[in-house]
Design a protein around this ligand. Structure first.
Ligand code: FAD
Length: 265
């Protein structure tokens, strides 16, 4: 497999840096080819602004999505963005690795998504009409590829369990797994999460590292999260509501978007 690992931690000697090295070593031992985008080390520019669209007329009103679509169609995105898009097209598996900061990804990684996921590349793909709402949620430019998160968290696993005060980890990561990865087509694997890491000792590290090695060994074979496909017949068009006969009638929330047999526990 060809694996792209996008790494978002400012310190190479961090726990995240050590876990990245564990993951790469195991993937290479399995014969996979690995490329890394190290966002802090590369000085990744995280904000979308006019500088991203050199062809935009100076007096034109800046509309980010429209500018993105035009620049993508004209092959006029900036070289840093184009290089990341090429890596995404090269890779058959994408890993996003980051420490959980304020219950989400670090800003630099969000900025990578915002800039690299251009209109026409990751959204605005396919036919948009009253019968079809584009190629997204399981379809799109990155369909057929796999993706997975590697996340470290200071909080305890119990704090992120079903009744934990932080909210369930699957809910917190839903906007990333479903909204950022499934949206442009990826099959999304369950995340690798290491909890309570801030005072991890050597034995704790060894156990987390072994768990991560195991996940790297099954990267090509583990079943993805069974999200419902937008165009698979489960949603009404154009309201995009889950059909009334699916899911529990009164239920709302993220779990509705898992196929029924998976959403009951
Ligand atoms: P480091 O600080 O680098 O290391 C953590 C521990 O691992 C250290 O004790 C280190 O000695 C040890 N370690 C053991 N073996 C090794 C090795 N081989 N190499 C390196 N280190 C090793 N947590 C939450 O749960 N929810 C939040 O919303 C949240 N928000 C945060 C927001 C901010 C801005 C910050 C700074 C932290 C937040 N945290 C939160 C905590 C954060 O998730 C953790 O601090 C982070 O995941 C730890 O990862 P690290 O790579 O920075 O660890």
């Amino acid at each position: 497999m060809k694996v792209l690992l996008v790494f978002a931690h400012p310190e190479p000697r961090s726990l995240n840096g050590a876990l990245r090295d564990v993951a790469i070593k195991e993937l290479e031992a399995q014969g996979h080819e690995v490329r890394v985008s190290d966002l802090y080390a590369d000085g990744w520019k995280s904000e979308i602004d006019r500088a991203d669209f050199p062809l935009l007329a100076q007096d034109a009103r800046f509309r980010p999505a429209a500018a993105s679509g035009e620049a993508f169609a004209d092959n006029a995105l900036t070289p840093d963005v184009k290089a990341e898009q090429e890596k995404l097209l090269w890779a058959d598996t994408l890993i996003l690795q980051f420490p959980l900061w304020w219950f989400s990804m670090p800003a630099i990684l969000k900025g990578w998504v915002e800039r690299v996921y251009a209109y026409g590349f990751a959204y605005g793909v396919g036919e948009h009409s009253d019968k079809r709402w584009g190629d997204r949620y399981g379809e799109g430019m990155l369909a057929g590829k796999r993706a997975m998160l590697i996340v470290t968290a200071g909080g305890w696993a119990e704090h992120y369990a079903g009744r934990g005060i932080n909210g369930p980890i699957d809910d917190l990561l839903f906007p990333i797994n479903h909204g950022i990865l499934f949206y442009p087509g990826y099959d999304v694997l369950p995340p690798f999460v290491a909890y309570r890491v801030d005072r991890l000792d050597e034995a704790g590290f060894a156990s987390v590292a072994e768990r991560l090695r195991e996940r790297m060994r099954t990267l090509g074979s583990a079943p993805p999260i069974p999200y419902r496909q937008q165009n698979g017949g489960d949603y009404l068009i154009p309201s995009m509501q889950l059909r009334p006969e699916l899911g529990e009638a009164a239920a709302t929330g993220f779990a509705l978007h898992l196929k029924d047999e998976m959403a009951t526990d």
